[in-house]
Design a protein around this ligand. Structure first.
Ligand SMILES: [Zn+2]
Length: 187
């Protein structure tokens, strides 16, 4: 097989890997969306469009996989799997796309955000972000403070609840637009 043809094959393979990765990313997002809608009690008709799209992506992925096998066979039949030629700098080295790894858990319902920094979609700027978390004194803090005053206050121990994060409310903010997302109240 002439070198030029071989380079074309590898270029095509690279393009194919890239396209495959794009499709897989899109598939992951769709699957997440469907899961979210299902969790929110929507019935199948309400996410039929997404299901349809997912099927199309699967078909495209199948076609791409077949094409990839064909191209790899063509390359193998030439007797050189990897083209590494130090004399020609335009040579293409095939880099396989990394295996798909489980996507980090994104909590789309801000009401369900835990008391620590988490991944969610900002309701204001609609970007996927990891929230910035701060604590502030809430009703629980004051109640614990009052109880300590009533029962056992020695040497200002009533201020301790103001120093313990566990007694305070947690505020989630968007790191991109700085808007307030939600406050997880202790009480
Ligand atoms: Zn935002």
């Amino acid at each position: 097989m002439p070198d030029e043809q071989l380079t074309n094959t590898s270029e095509e393979l690279n393009r194919l890997s890239f396209r495959r990765q794009q499709l897989m990313d899109k598939r992951n997002i769709l699957a997440m969306l469907i899961q979210f809608k299902r969790n929110n009690g929507q019935n199948e008709q309400q996410y039929s469009r997404e299901t349809e799209e997912l099927k199309e992506i699967d078909e495209q992925l199948n076609i791409l996989s077949e094409k990839k096998i064909q191209l790899e066979n063509r390359q193998r039949s030439s007797g050189r799997t990897h083209i590494i030629d130090t004399t020609v700098s335009t040579d293409v080295i095939i880099i396989e796309s990394p295996p798909p790894y489980p996507a980090p858990r994104v909590i789309l319902d801000v009401q369900q955000l835990p008391r620590h920094s988490s991944q969610t979609q900002c309701p204001d700027c609609h970007q996927f972000v990891t929230t910035d978390v701060t604590t502030k004194a809430g009703s629980a803090t004051y109640i614990v403070c009052l109880i300590s005053i009533l029962f056992c206050c020695v040497a200002g121990c009533c201020v301790i609840p103001f120093c313990v994060d566990g007694c305070k409310d947690v505020v989630h903010k968007c790191p991109k637009c700085r808007s307030h997302i939600i406050t997880c109240k202790k009480l």
